[in-house]
Design a binder for this molecule. Structure first.
Ligand code: GDP
Ligand code: MG
Length: 753
């Protein structure tokens, strides 16, 4: 092949700027330049050649050997690479630093068992005989370390005539390789990676068979190994503890171009994944069967982390630091896991952010919304993110990976948790509101229809619906195996709130019931108490129905009768109240409060009714009727026709006095037998312990019951004040006088006729 002249790159690496193209990397990439700088674009190259995505499915080969021994030529033939080679007319170093190129024959070189391994990366290392860099033995050492830290197979390129020249430049190189290898893997006893030293003998004339050349080389290698001063602890180590060996010979490229190509072709087929025929490493000359890439050679650096790892390794080497590969691998793992985690979180963010924004908006508007499909999409985003992380990151150092995975899950879950809490808060809020509205609505509908509705049934039905809805939401948010996503506690709190709301609604329902019962009491008392007072109008004791044999009511026990019918009415009301309240699951406390309120309110109703009855006009009318009845009717109830001889005055006085006796009786609510007021405080009873302020708000104080109000029972039972009483007496007398005068006149008038 003709030599491309664009290969050298002087000065420093340019930063990655314009979008890189494949053409730019036609000749591969200079990983390390002659200034010993690491190329920051290596990962770009791995990306462009689609190697970065290959995980562990890639292979690294380095080639070593003296200057101008046809190394680059060999690689170009084997792998279709375009490494620079020396023009045959000049004799100048071409390869500087370390170049890398991907195998371009991958798919071309046969198929099936003979197909080359995937993603072979080849490193062409600057020649090492130091002809042009004589002073720089340092680079030889550094590049050997770098190649050993990364490569599975080291090709050692050697002229046939150099074989057996123990003092030759190659042997110096091999000594270096062994030394740095020992230094390197002294620290890494754990993985103890092996490498393959693949000797390719060039310009093989054929007179000495390959087997003989091999024996000579193995002898030399053993000698070198023996001569090495070994670090403490490794004094007894053997070369075969670290290396496998393989050998191949190639004819002279210029003198035998045909056979050269044939043999190179055969050699190419060996770059396959191989297996060790025997587990015994002890045989130095054991030939590998099949491919050269044994799994145990692989450095286990995931392809997408290779550039970072290689850079770290080179940094340590170039700064003469102790190269500690396990530490490098851990650092790499941290770096890459963080990087992968960030990438994964970007995608997660994209999925989750819209929900977060919607939720925040709802909260800021005071209307927290239940977001549709949050559970399913949140879960999917979580699974996708963690899976993506797992695929990429699990190839790295296990301990670091595990730790970083926990960190990632933590980050994801923090976001999801906040979102889910918000979701449940919204579901809670809207659920409670919907429940309250539904119950009130059903009650209202029930009232409208006038039909009896069962409050407890309504509550039970609506609660079931509300709980189910919340449960469905909570379940949709649950993530299997993630304890925080079990929202049992929120469910319990929600149910508690529903119960509180239904308690509140039941209280309102109780109020409505109380109002209905009070109304009933009012109408009942209005009628019956009215009747009792009407009886006063009948001066003959008000026996409205003598034919029934009913005992005529006496004026004296008016209050007894009122008290009796009052307590009986309230008793009946209480029964109704209890029955109804029980039907909607009111508790004992609530019922007690309700009854206590009912008694107090009923007393108020009675008291108002009495006040109405004794209002000036009403009571005066009744007294007049009472008087007239006594005065104008005889014992048999027959109206009197006054005659002048009648003792009008006597009868007037008797009737008047009798009616006047009613006034003190009417003035005070008292029982006939004891002349005492009924025991109202006892009848009402003390306030139940569970009465709260709201229960008392609308209650009118009752004298003798609410002692702190400063009104006595005596005052409570006073129907007519002293002043009113006297005023009533005066007015009544005037009315009676009028009736008397009229009677007198009619008596005289009757005679005159
Ligand atoms: P490198 O420095 O080891 O990479 O060597 P090059 O590949 O650049 O080749 C150096 C010179 O050796 C070039 O002029 C090649 O033409 C020549 N060359 C390549 N292959 C062979 C070979 O198999 N035998 C001989 N004798 N010369 C070769
Ligand atoms: Mg070269």
């Amino acid at each position: 092949p003709t030599a491309p002249s664009v290969m050298t790159m002087n000065g420093h690496f340019a930063n990655v700027g314009d979008a890189p193209t494949k053409e730019q990397y036609e000749h591969g990439i200079q990983v390390i330049n002659e200034e010993k700088e690491f190329n920051p674009n290596l990962n770009t190259y791995l990306q462009l050649t689609k190697t970065a995505q290959s995980g562990f499915n890639y292979h690294l080969i380095s080639v070593f050997g003296s200057q101008s021994t046809g190394k680059s030529t060999l690689l170009n033939h084997l792998f279709g690479t375009e490494f620079g080679v020396m023009a045959e007319t000049e004799r100048r170093q071409t390869t500087k630093g370390i170049w890398m190129s991907k195998n371009k024959k991958e798919s071309a070189a046969g198929s099936g068992a003979q197909a080359m391994a995937d993603n072979i990366m080849v490193m062409d290392v600057e020649g090492t005989d130091g002809r042009e860099r004589g002073e720089d033995q340092d680079f030889e050492r550094k590049s050997a370390l770098f190649a050993l830290a990364t490569s599975e197979v080291l090709i050692v390129n050697i002229w046939e005539h150099q074989v057996g020249l123990y003092q030759g430049a190659n042997m110096g190189l091999l000594k270096t390789v062994f030394e740095v290898n020992m230094q390197l893997f002294l620290k890494d006893k754990h993985s103890n990676p092996r490498s393959l030293l693949f000797f390719v003998i060039r310009d093989h004339i054929g007179t000495t068979p390959l087997a003989n050349l091999r024996n000579t080389l193995i002898q030399d290698l053993t000698n070198i190994w023996t001569s090495l001063s070994k670090p403490p602890g490794l004094e007894k180590s053997r070369i075969e503890d670290y290396f496998d060996f393989s050998f191949a010979a190639l004819p002279h490229k210029l003198l035998q171009p045909g056979p050269f190509l044939t043999e190179v072709g055969k050699l190419g087929t060996r770059f396959r994944v191989g297996h060790r025929a025997s587990k015994d490493h002890a045989q130095l000359d054991q030939e590998l069967e099949g491919g050269v890439f044994l799994p145990e050679y692989h450095r286990r650096i995931p392809a997408d982390g290779f550039s970072v790892y290689a850079e770290g390794v080179w940094d340590q080497i170039v700064n003469n630091k102790d190269l500690d590969l396990p530490t490098q691998q851990e650092l790499l793992a941290q770096f890459r896991c963080d990087e992968i985690s960030r990438e994964v979180l970007v995608a997660f963010d994209e999925a989750i952010l819209p929900f977060e924004e919607k939720q925040a908006e709802g909260i800021s508007l005071g209307k927290p919304a239940v977001l549709k499909d949050l559970g399913a999409l949140g879960k999917a985003a979580r699974v996708k993110s963690i899976k993506a992380f797992e695929v990429e990151a699990s190839r790295y150092h296990k301990g670091v990976y595990t730790k970083k995975r926990v960190e990632l899950e933590g980050k994801i879950d923090t976001r999801l948790k906040a979102l889910y809490q918000g979701q449940l808060t919204a579901a809670h809020k809207s659920g409670v509101t919907a429940f309250s509205d539904a119950v009130s609505g059903a009650v209202k509908a029930g009232q409208k229809k006038g039909a009896s509705y069962e409050f407890a049934d309504i509550v039970e039905r609506e609660k079931k619906i509300a709980l189910k809805k919340f449960e469905t939401e909570a379940r949709s948010l649950a993530i299997e195996g993630v304890p925080w996503s079990n929202f049992k506690q929120q469910y319990v709190l929600y149910e508690k709130d529903l119960d509180e709301v239904s308690g509140q609604l039941r209280k309102e329902e109780m109020r409505r019931l109380a109002t209905r019962v009070e109304r009933w009491v009012r109408s009942r008392l209005g009628e019956s108490v009215g009747l009792e007072f009407n009886k006063l109008g009948s001066g003959r004791g008000g026996s409205g129905a003598p034919e029934t044999g009913e005992k005529p009511a006496s004026e004296k026990d008016l209050w007894d009768r009122i008290w009796t019918l009052f307590t009986a009415t309230v008793k009946e009301a209480e029964t109704r109240f209890i029955e109804r309240a029980k039907s909607f699951d009111a508790n004992q406390d609530e019922i007690e409060v309700g009854l206590w309120r009912l008694r107090r309110k009923s007393w108020g109703v009675l008291r108002a009714k009495i006040d109405e009855e004794v209002m000036e006009g009403n009571i005066l009318l009744k007294l007049r009727e009472n008087f007239e009845d006594k005065f104008r009717y005889d014992e048999a109830g027959v109206p009197r026709i006054w005659r002048p001889t009648d003792d009008i005055e006597g009868m007037y006085t008797k009737a008047k006095d009798s009616t006047l006796k009613l006034i003190p009786l009417l003035s005070r609510f008292q029982l006939a037998e004891t002349y005492a007021a009924p025991n109202l405080p006892e009848w009402i009873g003390t306030a139940p312990a569970s009465v709260d302020q709201k229960d008392e708000e609308d209650l009118t104080p009752i004298g003798g019951v609410d002692e702190e109000e400063g009104k006595s029972l005596e005052e409570e039972m006073t129907v007519l004040s002293e002043a009113k009483r006297q005023d009533l007496v005066v007015r009544f007398k005037k009315t009676a006088d009028g009736v008397y005068v009229e009677a007198k006149r009619s008596a005289i008038g009757g005679v005159a006729q």
